[in-house]
Write a protein that binds this ligand. Structure first.
Ligand SMILES: N[C@@H](CCC[C@H](N)C(=O)O)C(=O)O
Length: 297
């Protein structure tokens, strides 16, 4: 039976999948905010909108809970890949998904598609590409003043923007206190995702995450790729490492050609229909099929 929505989580980073082939909900700003709200809506760290087919390419749109659109999401891509398999759109064990931040290659590693490997592409530290304001440069170990405290930032894009700060101690509190100040700093014209990074050893790093447009999250795939790329670039880690987060562990390998390969789990949570009261509250187009059903009863 076709549902209005599907919910999945990857290491506690949870997403609602809205399939435009099954629901004609308009994923406009206010609707996204309401659906992602943990008290007034379903609750999630974002919405995955797709599949959208263009010339047989499977496209995915990624919406943050504040209604903004993200170029890429590592956990979002693994979740959406599992949705494509669960729903019968994809039968192959290897396929591609296209996002605003580039096309990625996915490999399914187990029978139930709960373990997936994704080639997330190549990282860039170039200010123009991330983007970071100012002269063209690699933004590595650069000073940034926040309040009266000077921090050292390392910025990178893996399709979406990230700012990594090396710390000797990290905590949820630190991420919640400082994250928003980095996210919206005027040097980031598109805002940024923020990772507080602690090096455990050459093959293990730990991060606390503040996501652009989402806030504190238990895990993030693109943040894992960004933090691993910075740790590797600074010579603080080898090319294979585990990224430890509050919600669990993602494995990252940086290949000899610079590709970041991410391996991590993903699980289904629920699927269902929007209550008629929620449907009344979402602005814009709603699912005509549902309204007709409701009128009959
Ligand atoms: N949770 C995601 C990242 C989602 C997008 C991010 N908030 C942004 O705005 O770039 C991940 O797993 O990568």
């Amino acid at each position: 039976m076709e549902m209005d929505y599907y919910k999945y989580q990857a290491l506690g980073n949870d997403y609602i999948v809205i399939d435009p082939n099954k629901s004609n909900l308009n994923v406009m700003n206010e609707n996204v905010k309401l659906l992602c709200d943990r008290n007034f809506g379903i609750g999630s760290d974002g919405i995955l909108y797709g599949p959208i087919y263009e010339n047989e390419i499977i496209k995915l749109r990624i919406l943050n809970p504040d209604g903004s659109e993200a170029e890429k999401s590592g956990n979002g891509i693994r979740i959406f890949a599992k949705y494509l398999i669960d729903s019968g759109y994809v039968k192959d064990r290897a396929f591609q998904i296209s996002t605003l931040g580039g096309t990625v290659n996915i490999e399914v590693l187990d029978e139930n598609a709960t373990l997936l490997r994704v080639d997330m592409g190549v990282a860039s530290f170039l200010s123009e590409e991330i983007p970071v304001n100012g002269a063209l440069r690699e933004v590595i170990n650069e000073k940034l003043l926040i309040g009266d405290h000077e921090y050292r930032i390392n910025c990178v894009t893996v399709g979406n923007p990230h700012c990594v700060i090396l710390c000797s101690d990290i905590s949820e509190r630190l991420a919640k206190e400082l994250g928003p100040k980095f996210e919206s700093n005027s040097i980031f014209p598109n805002r940024t995702n923020v990772q507080f990074l602690k090096i455990m050893d050459k093959n293990n790093i730990q991060i606390e995450i503040w996501e652009r447009g989402a806030g504190y999250t238990l895990a993030s795939g693109s943040s894992s790729c960004a933090a691993a790329s910075v740790a590797y670039k600074l010579g603080l880690a080898e090319n294979k490492m585990k990224v430890h987060m509050a919600g669990g562990v993602i494995e990252i390998e940086i290949t000899s050609s610079g590709h970041i390969v991410m391996t991590g789990s993903v699980y289904g949570v629920s699927q269902g229909f929007f209550h008629k009261d929620l449907l009344k509250r979402v602005n814009g187009k709603i699912d005509a099929r549902r309204v007709i059903k409701e009128k009959k009863t």
